[in-house]
Ligand binder design. Structure first.
Ligand SMILES: Cc1ncc(COP(=O)(O)O)c(C=O)c1O
Length: 389
């Protein structure tokens, strides 16, 4: 190797300071750092399904013997299965290693350096991540104080440099839904729209029936949330046929692993079981919302997904996040220009909600005690000071 080898001189200039996507904390990395054992950590930070996957998936994977064989790169059976489930022609469907991979493929397909991608912020970070990786720039349309989108502002942000509008519906991390008519209004402009329905199953709102009727509509779904398969990485996209063809051409070969393919088959054969869990999560979401509202120092935003966003109005959200983590409960923390002092809590099982509520009360009481002691100390100091003089 050359003695003065310097990788920074070789890698793309725009990637030298590229910021990594910051994902959720893995419990195993917290070994010894929380009051509870790793196995007892309550993970409410990544919108995973607390009920796990269908037992059929585990059983089928235990029995499978051909992990040494590559999968069908054309996804023939998988597309057929999804087509049957969705009642859509399989030629509109492409599966990916999580819907993240499909976001990335769509952006790679459309975005050249200098192109623009529009998104309604705060929103899911991968739109920005993949746009930047392609050398494009993200045009941010800020949501209002309730995190809804003004469709006129959104349409006005579309320029002749715009290659794509990314719209998470319901949105992550806010849980807000955009009205169907607004999305149709946006589609009528002709701009390509990537409608990310990762949380569709928790709200029932979809434009899937419009696939094929709009040349510019693309929809993404995932098995990570409703089917409890986040760790297996499986999502799919619904596209106009010609776009699906292009995505199939540029995707990596064998992009969906065999375990994920088996998991899709078994999950679709166990819909009643999985949808019961979805129902339980939606019910629990409503209870969590009501309970969180009882804390006067939290501003709680209504959600159509499997998580709830809260703004901490007294004290720092970071302290709450850290104190919860100390007690073995993980939540997502945000503090940026668009999400000041916020935490996002994924909906768990009822007993996990109970543990969260107890922990929140304890932390709030500790905070209050510390604040009282602090002001008492200050008062005493002042008295002492007055005495001396
Ligand atoms: C809006 C949105 N889209 C896509 C994803 C990615 O899901 P996956 O790659 O697990 O399918 C997420 C995950 O949190 C999300 O919130």
């Amino acid at each position: 190797m050359e003695p003065d080898f310097n990788i920074e001189r070789l890698i793309r200039r725009d990637l030298v300071n590229f910021m990594a996507y910051s994902g959720a904390t893995s419990p195993e990395t917290l070994e010894g750092k929380t009051e509870v054992a790793v196995k007892d950590i309550i993970k409410l930070d990544a919108n995973e399904n607390p009920y796990g996957c269908s037992p059929r998936v585990k059983k089928a994977l235990r029995k499978y013997a051909d992990f040494h064989v590559y999968t069908d790169d054309k996804q023939t059976k998988l597309r057929e299965l999804l087509a049957g489930y969705l009642n859509i022609d399989g030629r509109h469907i492409v599966a990916g290693s999580g819907s993240n991979q499909l976001i990335d493929l769509v952006i790679r397909l459309l975005v050249n350096p200098g192109d623009e991608v529009v998104s309604c912020t705060p929103t899911f970070g991968i739109y920005n991540f993949s746009t930047k990786l392609c050398g494009g720039s993200l045009v941010e349309v800020p949501r209002d104080e309730n995190y809804t989108v003004n469709i006129r502002t959104l349409k006005a942000a579309v320029s002749n440099k715009t290659k794509l509008v990314c719209l998470a519906n319901p949105n992550n991390p806010t849980g807000t839904l955009m009205p169907r008519d607004d999305i149709l209004d946006l589609l009528d402009t002709g701009v390509p729209v990537l409608l990310d329905e990762a949380y569709y199953e928790f709200c029932g709102e979809t434009l899937a029936a419009a696939i094929g009727h709009y040349e510019n509509l693309m929809i993404l779904r995932t098995f990570s949330k409703w089917a409890g398969l986040a760790g297996l990485r499986i999502g799919y996209g619904l596209f106009p046929e010609n776009i699906a063809d292009y995505i199939m051409r540029i995707k990596m070969p064998y992009n969906v692993n065999v375990a994920a393919m088996i998991a899709v088959k078994e999950s679709l054969a166990d819909l009643d079981y999985l949808m019961e869990n979805v129902k339980a999560i939606v019910l629990e979401r409503e209870r969590l919302f009501r309970e969180l509202q009882q804390f006067g120092w939290l501003q709680v935003f209504p959600s159509q997904a499997n998580f709830i966003l809260c703004k901490v109005m007294r004290g720092g959200a970071r302290i709450f996040k850290q104190s919860l983590q100390q007690k073995g409960i993980l939540v997502r923390y945000f503090d940026n220009a668009l999400l000041r002092n916020c935490i996002r809590i994924s909906v768990g099982k009822p007993e996990q909600t109970d543990a969260l509520l107890v922990a929140l009360r304890e932390i709030a009481a500790d905070e209050e005690k510390a604040a009282t002691e602090h002001s008492l100390e200050a008062m005493l100091e002042e008295e002492e000071h007055n005495h001396e003089h």
